[in-house]
Design a protein around this ligand. Structure first.
Ligand SMILES: CC(C)(COP(=O)(O)OP(=O)(O)OC[C@H]1O[C@@H](n2cnc3c(N)ncnc32)[C@H](O)[C@@H]1OP(=O)(O)O)[C@@H](O)C(=O)NCCC(=O)NCCS
Length: 266
């Protein structure tokens, strides 16, 4: 497109360390992420992305796109798209994308179970829920108020997924979206979203996202509609008041928005 100062490409395995740092930088001002970093099992976005992105790159129903600045070659942002219920032939071709094997090595019994999960979108949704709402580690302290918050948001997300994606549903899901603070408000996030909404228009399917508080306006601009919200008073779950913000400082409310792009109706 004329005037576009960046190029969209497939994310590569060697991009993972930079992507993890970029995501950590992008979420630095996100209130929920800041608060979770102070928990007994501190959440660390960089570590989380470092661990999860290689797995997602191996997933046959996941497309991770990165935006690269044309002038400097800098890595400006990336988006993970999950494509639920798409057959291998229907998967969009993205130049340079790692083409994962359709059936990763697994025992036959396990394979059929995995296939069922795929049909239900479970495998992708496990990624989705963990991408946005990292689940507590098995040895996490149950008395940690942040664990209670994660249990609440995790259960809400699970309920939404059951409702929005009954068995056999074909749709897209935004698993993650991060644009480097240096490159924000230049249309990069929108372009990464347009890739998926164009597929929705072509295939006649919907897309959904569990939007972070600060990001929902970009989804709205991309044509998503708010279907449901979860309003959380972060101070109810915070292990301590926000540091270095004065004696009266509050974490405030954080609204998760479940949003849907319905695609063109032709
Ligand atoms: C959300 C995010 C991906 C937006 O990326 P971006 O490249 O800056 O977005 P765009 O430049 O394409 O913005 C498109 C439109 O979205 C809206 N928008 C984007 N960021 C916004 C913000 N911080 N506040 C209000 N509106 C915003 C605006 O309408 C904007 O259009 P405009 O600049 O012409 O007003 C980026 O801010 C980010 O990485 N945030 C932190 C991580 C995050 O929350 N990710 C989403 C997880 S669900």
């Amino acid at each position: 497109m004329s005037g576009q100062t960046f190029t969209i490409q497939a994310l590569q395995l060697q991009d993972v360390p930079e992507a993890a740092q970029l995501s950590s930088d992008a979420f630095l001002t996100d209130r929920q992420t800041q608060m979770k970093a102070l928990g007994r099992n501190p959440f660390n976005m960089k570590e989380y992305q470092t661990q999860s992105l290689p797995e997602m790159l191996k997933s046959p129903r996941c497309v991770i796109l990165k935006a690269v600045d044309n002038e400097t070659g800098e890595f400006a942002g990336f988006c993970n798209w999950g494509l639920i219920g798409f057959s291998p032939e229907e998967m969009p071709v993205v130049e340079g994308r790692i083409q994962p094997p359709e059936k990763p090595a697994a025992a036959p019994a396990q394979q059929s179970e995995n296939e069922n999960d795929k049909e239900n979108g479970k495998d992708k949704e496990k990624e989705k829920s963990s991408a946005v709402e990292p689940k507590p580690s098995p040895d996490a302290d149950p008395d940690d108020p942040i664990e209670r918050l994660q249990a609440l948001t995790g259960a809400d997300l699970d309920a939404w997924q059951k409702e929005v994606m009954p068995k056999g549903t074909k749709c897209l899901v935004v698993i993650g979206l991060s644009v480097s603070p240096k490159f924000q408000r230049r249309g990069i996030g929108s372009a990464l979203l347009r890739w998926g909404t164009n597929i929705c228009d072509e295939a006649g399917v919907f897309a959904w996202v569990h939007s972070s508080e600060p990001a929902w306006k970009i989804y709205e601009k991309a044509g998503f509609q708010v279907i449901r919200t979860l309003d959380v008073d972060l101070d109810e779950y915070a292990p301590c008041p926000p540091p270095d913000e004065g004696p009266e400082a509050k974490w405030g409310h954080y609204v998760f928005r479940y949003m849907k792009y319905f695609g063109s109706q032709d």
